[in-house]
Design a protein around this ligand. Structure first.
Ligand SMILES: C[S@@+](CC[C@H](N)C(=O)[O-])C[C@H]1O[C@@H](n2cnc3c(N)ncnc32)[C@H](O)[C@@H]1O
Length: 400
């Protein structure tokens, strides 16, 4: 990920409008375009690159180094001189941050501990390779007001630098065979995926079909969150994806697709989970959305992730508590867990103390899995004379 900044690379002071204007005149690259390169930390290409470099008196390779946008050729050159480069940078690369106090535990169960404070301060005190599953749902830098007061309007480079700092710790904490999930908008997960690709094994980019903003002029309507799924080592210790019921018409329960002669090939335990999840509804209903301002994720999402990639007794870590969905679902599913939140904790504690509500919801969700038709659909289809596993001669437990 990049932590550099275009104007700084050209020797222009932050916020110095006059200097930007002068540079535009000298380079003959319009101010608007310079600002765009700056805002998105994009390396100019074509004539713009040559003009910018000539005006700044640097070569394209130096511009890339200054911006931290390195191509294969520069990386190869750096690698071939790794010893010399390291000696040159030794002082800058040494970790000078002093030991931080571990954030206090404010709530405990037999399975988990909830801390109050900054996740980075907590992670420094957790052991290498001690966690079976990491799930992280950080603020998305979309100018949201969080009860914790975190700044959700950082410069892109600053936000990515911060993401890199906790991502590095998550990678360190993950056990070999452990699974890691990062939930974010696609824009940020493109960077995080690049970072993780060099450290862990890519499993999936899961698109979770949820709209998260109003339509934006001149853009496609943003309609999926990205769920990055990586594991440490060649393959995950646990991989048990749920099978889902076959999609039917919600009103008449008839097939949505023509299965024709394939009906008897359908697995009575349901259809394979894909990397596009269309059945996760955002938490909106007032009955469940008791936890205001915390961006609560659906229990169904966390249930699916924990079921797929962890087992009872495994240790789950989520650095961004919010309303505690991860901890509550971990508790219900008998996973051990470590939690932390910077802001108010009352929502998390309340949910853990009244865990029955979420446990009932998880129970209801699970009754719909690993079968081709839910109880309700099966009943309706029998009444309507539509095919069922029995009618096409398949019994539960048989797998094709
Ligand atoms: C998107 S919300 C997480 C929501 C959560 N997944 C849920 O389902 O309720 C992100 C949370 O991270 C918290 N947060 C932000 N920076 C933090 C930090 N450095 N350490 C701990 N928590 C932090 C915010 O206060 C916010 O509650």
């Amino acid at each position: 990920m990049s932590g550099s900044d275009f104007f700084k690379a050209l020797g222009i002071e932050e916020g110095d409008r006059g200097a930007v204007k002068r540079f535009a005149e000298v380079s003959r690259v319009p101010v608007d375009r310079l600002r765009h390169y700056h805002a998105a930390n994009i390396l100019p290409s074509g004539p713009d690159r040559d003009r910018v470099c000539a005006a700044a008196g640097i070569s394209p390779a130096e511009l890339m180094l200054r911006m931290g946008v390195l191509d294969g050729r520069i990386l190869a050159a750096l690698r071939s001189k790794a010893r010399e480069v390291f000696e040159l940078l030794r002082d800058d690369l040494e970790d000078s941050s002093g030991p931080l106090e571990p954030p206090p535990v404010v709530y405990k169960t037999d399975l988990g501990k909830l801390h109050h404070g900054d996740c980075l301060a907590l992670m420094k005190h957790l052991e290498d390779e001690s966690v079976d599953l990491v799930f992280a749902d950080p603020p998305f830098n979309l100018k949201k007001l969080y009860p914790s007061g975190v700044n959700d309007d950082l410069k892109e480079a600053k936000y990515l630098e911060w993401c890199e700092s906790w991502a590095a710790e998550c990678v360190r904490l993950l056990k070999p065979g452990g699974s890691l999930f990062f939930w974010n908008i696609p824009r940020w997960n493109t960077y995080l995926a690049g970072y993780l690709n060099a450290r862990l094994t890519f499993r999936h980019w899961i698109a979770v079909d949820i709209k998260y903003s109003l339509p934006i002029r001149g853009r496609l309507y943003p309609s999926h969150y990205s769920l990055l799924y990586f594991c440490k080592g060649e393959k995950p210790k646990t991989f048990r994806p749920d099978r889902l019921p076959m999609e039917v018409c919600p009103a008449c329960k008839a097939d949505l697709r023509d299965y024709g002669g394939y009906k008897d090939k359908m697995n009575p335990r349901g259809v394979n989970l894909t990397d596009v999840w269309t059945d996760i509804a955002p938490v909106r209903h007032s009955k469940y959305k008791m936890h205001r301002g915390s961006n609560e994720l659906p229990v169904k999402l966390m249930d699916r992730i924990l079921e797929m990639a962890s087992e009872e007794g495994d240790l789950v870590f989520d650095p961004f508590g919010g309303s505690g969905t991860t901890y509550v679902v971990a508790e219900i599913k008998r996973r051990r867990w470590i939690g932390i939140e910077l802001g108010p904790m009352d929502d998390i504690v309340r949910r853990l103390e009244q865990i029955r509500t979420d446990a009932n919801l998880v129970g209801k969700i699970r009754r719909g899995y690993n079968r081709l038709f839910t109880e309700e659909t099966l009943h309706a289809r029998k009444q309507l004379g539509l095919w069922t596993c029995d009618s096409v001669g398949k019994t539960k437990g048989e797998t094709p």
